[in-house]
Ligand binder design. Structure first.
Ligand SMILES: Nc1nc2c(ncn2[C@@H]2O[C@H](COP(=O)(O)OP(=O)(O)OP(=O)(O)O)[C@@H](O)[C@H]2O)c(=O)[nH]1
Ligand SMILES: [Mg+2]
Length: 267
């Protein structure tokens, strides 16, 4: 990947504070580079790296980076608990105006933050998904059956939620902080993506998609996601669709909704 520091469009207000939540599990190969790329984005950034019980030297690398970059905070999970659990921890600690999720394996380029933040900073969106299937940026050509699986998961997700996403499983999801902090995250592992998609859809939030680049890796380069994760994702889509149909919005969620309406009225 050759991306340098991102340029921010004029309409992105300079005072925006962005919380970047990065789950980290045995990512020694890419960790320094991804942290440096995130911090090179010309925005006020708080980077929350949540180590998920890594058994390589990811924690030592994070400590070293923490000493060099005051914007970086390192949070340690007591043991390996999964990506969803790491995100729950990082999101709870976020203090920025907006929260974006950044994997530590360099498949997604922080230079795309400005695209994700556009609809949020303009006050038009509560949630923005970065789609690997839209946009003109570079996309690594990889496994055909993975892309079929991703499109099928997105199709089922759309059928269950009646929203028209093109990439439900994308890592790049950005939120208004107040919104994501009021949505309970139950899934500990990769079920986070379908769970949060169903939950934002059912809360009638304003969702946008923007095209992003994708620098995917092969199994030889460390890719881990497999067919079992796909089965679990289908299960989670049905599980949370059913749960959300039965559940009533909590008081805090109602508060969030009224805050949102106020924001949209004032924008
Ligand atoms: N695999 C894995 N990743 C974790 C875990 N906890 C946190 N993570 C982090 O979650 C992010 C996503 O993990 P990946 O293994 O890249 O999963 P993915 O991007 O869905 O799938 P790949 O195609 O394998 O890259 C990375 O930043 C990981 O370091 C865990 O228990 N297992
Ligand atoms: Mg990955």
């Amino acid at each position: 990947m050759t991306a340098g520091p991102a340029s921010i469009p004029d309409k992105l207000a300079p005072h925006i504070k962005l919380s970047v939540v990065m789950p980290v599990y045995n990512e020694r190969a890419t960790l320094r580079t991804v942290v440096e790329r995130v911090l090179a984005v010309p925005l006020d950034i708080e980077l929350l790296c949540v180590d998920d019980g890594s058994i390589d030297d990811s924690v030592e690398i994070l400590r070293d980076l923490e000493n060099r970059y005051p914007q970086l905070r390192v949070l340690l999970q007591p043991r390996n608990m999964g990506k969803g659990a790491a995100l729950r921890r990082g999101i709870a600690e976020a203090t920025g105006d907006f929260v974006v999720i950044q994997d530590a394996d360099l498949e997604y380029d922080p230079a795309d933050f400005h695209q994700l933040l556009g609809p949020l900073s303009e006050g038009k969106a509560d949630v923005v998904f970065g789609s690997r299937f839209l946009g003109a940026g570079p996309h690594r050509v990889l496994y055909f059956w993975h892309s079929v699986g991703n499109r099928l998961l997105t199709l089922v997700s759309n059928c269950l939620t009646n929203i028209n996403l093109s990439d439900m499983e994308t890592c790049y999801k950005a939120f208004r902080r107040e919104v994501i902090q009021t949505i309970p995250i139950e899934e500990n592992r990769f079920g986070f993506e379908p769970e949060i998609t169903v939950k934002v859809a059912r809360r009638n939030l304003r969702i946008y998609e923007v095209g992003i680049s994708y620098w995917g890796r092969t199994y030889e380069e460390g890719k881990k996601v497999g067919w079992k994760d796909g089965i679990r994702a289908f299960y989670c889509l049905f599980k949370y669709s059913l749960k959300e149909s039965i559940a009533k919005p909590s008081v805090s969620e109602q508060t969030s909704k009224s805050t949102r309406s106020a924001t949209s009225r004032s924008s």
